[in-house]
Design a protein around this ligand. Structure first.
Ligand code: ADP
Length: 379
């Protein structure tokens, strides 16, 4: 087959390509093996707010939030060196940055091609902020989030309920024992039907206790899969997921991840759930703040733990809930369930870490938690 297969003989291939790029709803950006942009279609201009002339020949890193930029050269270099594909052909939800500095979640799919023996990478980019144009994908992600958080909420509800029901059950058993002793001591013990009835009550109370016990066991058995995870990837993905379909202009996002942090040993979905919760709470809190900045930092806290912190520039924690912030059903939001932070705490403590909250000196709040590193560091 010849090079021009798929096009009819009369049409100029580069004109066709231009038509395709020009009419695509997806932003299409090509970069060379140094990360320099070679093409930038009209949808990309609309999405990022740059004109083509402003970006051609410049490094694609300029379209990412500042703290993601350093990693990008490394990604390309690693790939060219090792051939290991982290994003090519896979597609990921990541963050983009517009010319005006605002950050927004995108779905990025990357393909690779070769021109004159050199790699060229084609990125197809969809904006995930706009529910109208990306309803399907957003709904999928929301369902995923919903599923993840519902599972957590269910577990929380069941353990809460089990705990509540256990207390009256224990009291019933105690009273029963007393009643049984009293019945045995009655003068006409043999013809007295009361002990027989009490036995039945006891059997039923034991049955209820058993149901509660099995429910708890079932929840505790929820599959938890701990694996070695890269801290930066974990945070970037959760951050993007947390920003999906949040109405309004995204906050400015700053990521500050200490170089060389070893992997953590965690259940990825659970830790994503924690970061997503904290990010969403931070965005909610900043809804009417003049300055809206979200900062996530990760640093070694000791030789075997990492500390991850999510800070916002919102109004701070409402004083009336401050002392039971991590309790269940504590909320100040009209539609809130108030279980997010209590789930965060169960997850983090389940991983052997701790979570806490502090006001920032310049206003706003920082939620910080620790996680176990896979291997101890020498530091
Ligand atoms: P929900 O978000 O459903 O209310 P959470 O348990 O996640 O449940 O949060 C409980 C409450 O804690 C919120 O209603 C809010 O009042 C407060 N809160 C959480 N995060 C922040 C934050 N970053 N800034 C200010 N208040 C917060």
């Amino acid at each position: 087959m010849s090079q021009s297969s798929g096009t009819s003989p009369g049409l100029d291939r580069s004109a066709l390509l231009e038509a395709m790029e020009g009419t695509s709803n997806d932003a299409i950006i090509t970069i060379d093996d140094r990360g320099l942009m070679q093409s930038f279609n009209p949808a990309a201009e609309r999405l990022f707010g740059y004109a083509q002339d402003e970006v051609i020949g410049r490094n694609v890193k300029m379209l990412m939030p500042e703290n993601f930029r350093a990693d990008h050269d490394r990604y390309i270099a690693n790939y060219l060196e090792t051939g290991v594909k982290k994003i090519i052909g896979i597609g990921r939800v990541v963050l983009g940055e517009k010319k005006d500095g605002s950050t927004f979640p995108i779905e990025l799919a990357v393909g690779e091609s070769k021109i004159d023996g050199r790699s060229i990478f084609v990125g197809f980019i969809r904006d995930l902020t706009d529910i109208q144009t990306e309803q399907r994908r957003v709904q999928e992600l929301q369902r995923e989030l919903f599923h993840v958080s519902r599972l957590g909420e269910m577990g929380q509800l069941v353990s809460g309920l089990a705990h509540e029901v256990n207390q009256p059950l224990a009291a019933i058993m105690n009273y029963l024992q007393v009643a049984q002793q009293m019945a045995e001591n009655l003068p006409s013990a043999d013809s007295n039907p009361i002990p027989g009835v009490l036995e039945k009550v006891e059997a039923q109370a034991k049955r209820a206790a058993d149901i509660v016990k099995r429910l708890r066991a079932f929840i505790d058995r929820r599959e938890v899969e701990r694996k070695s995870e890269n801290v930066a990837t974990l945070i970037e993905e959760s951050l993007a997921l947390g920003m999906v379909a949040k109405a309004g202009r995204g906050p400015r996002v700053r990521l500050d991840i200490e170089a060389g942090i070893p992997n953590v040993l965690v259940d990825r979905v659970q830790i994503q759930q924690v970061v997503v919760n904290l990010v969403r709470n931070a965005i909610d809190a900043m809804a009417s703040s003049p300055r809206r900045e979200l900062t996530i930092t990760a640093e070694a806290a000791s030789t075997d733990t990492v500390r991850i912190a999510v800070s916002d520039t919102g109004p701070g924690i409402a004083p009336e809930i401050a002392d039971r912030l991590f309790g269940a059903f504590v909320t100040t939001k009209p539609e809130g369930m108030g279980v997010g932070l209590s789930i965060c705490r169960s997850i983090i403590e389940g991983h052997g870490g701790r979570i806490s909250c502090e006001p920032n000196t310049g206003g706003g709040t920082t939620f910080a938690f620790t996680l176990p590193l896979e291997q101890r560091t020498d530091g």
